[in-house]
Write a protein that binds this ligand. Sequence first.
Ligand SMILES: [Fe+2]
Length: 306
Amino acid sequence: MASIYIAQCYVKTYIDEIQRQLALNMVTIVSEEEAEKLLSSIKIPPRPAVIVEINREKSKEEPDLRRIAQIVSKDIALTASLLKTANSPFFGLRTKVENVQQAAMTMGLNNVLSIVTGLAIKNAVKTKELDMERFWDSAEKVANVAAYLSKRVPGVPKELAYMYGLFRDCGIPLMLQKFPDYIETLKKANAGSKSDFTRLEDDTHATNHATIGYLLAKSWSLPNPICQALLNHHDISILHSDDNISAEARGLIAIIRFAEFLCDTRQMQNDHDWDESGPVVLAYLGITEDELSDIKDAVFQYQEED
Ligand SMILES: [Fe+2]
């Protein structure tokens, strides 16, 4: 009985916190009512303990880098993934980093934390309905390419682009947990255009993976550009609209859409609406046809080396 009471209190506090955050930000886009309804029916995983512990140390007046390195290093799998990512050719570090402290000193603490937070989502979101290994493998490929492309957008560090790459579709496994027939929606969406994905979800389930991913990002206190980009990532028209969305969020949306196209091309998969969205994305990033060919070559080369 006591444990049920504690769980209820936790859910109440959790919803209150989300509502507080929504009230502070973007309340016009996801209403409190909608957020409450979704949060009471969809199981959004809490921030992993390692992220909570790191942020607690980071928020101190004088954060102890060694202490943060120790917290991350306790998780061997997370540390291995962090070092693999940091040393990937997409990140272009001049010297190889061999431990968490070295990574933090070379890349900067905040940048290392962006990568760690991105990697933490892989363990936090799971469903039996999907081959999660394949799902995260594909997300990681897109995230790596996004890190490389981030130099096209001022104010977007590669680590932030990488984190966004891993989070961008985290709402999909959560939709699968909630709706038994979502797998059919996913099949239809995969056969159609990316821009119709969320509309199809809305019509069938009265919500979509972009909204669910946004709510998760808010509950994990991710940076605002990530939250905004998650919510709008299937709407390429937002790149040239006057909506209340930051330049960094727009940049993230453009980078990811281009990264998806490059990964699809590499895997000989059809990117259904690239003919339509491609020119908009490339114009936003200031990429010419000649440059496109050079970028493709560089990305494919790095994917081979990685
Ligand atoms: Fe998506």
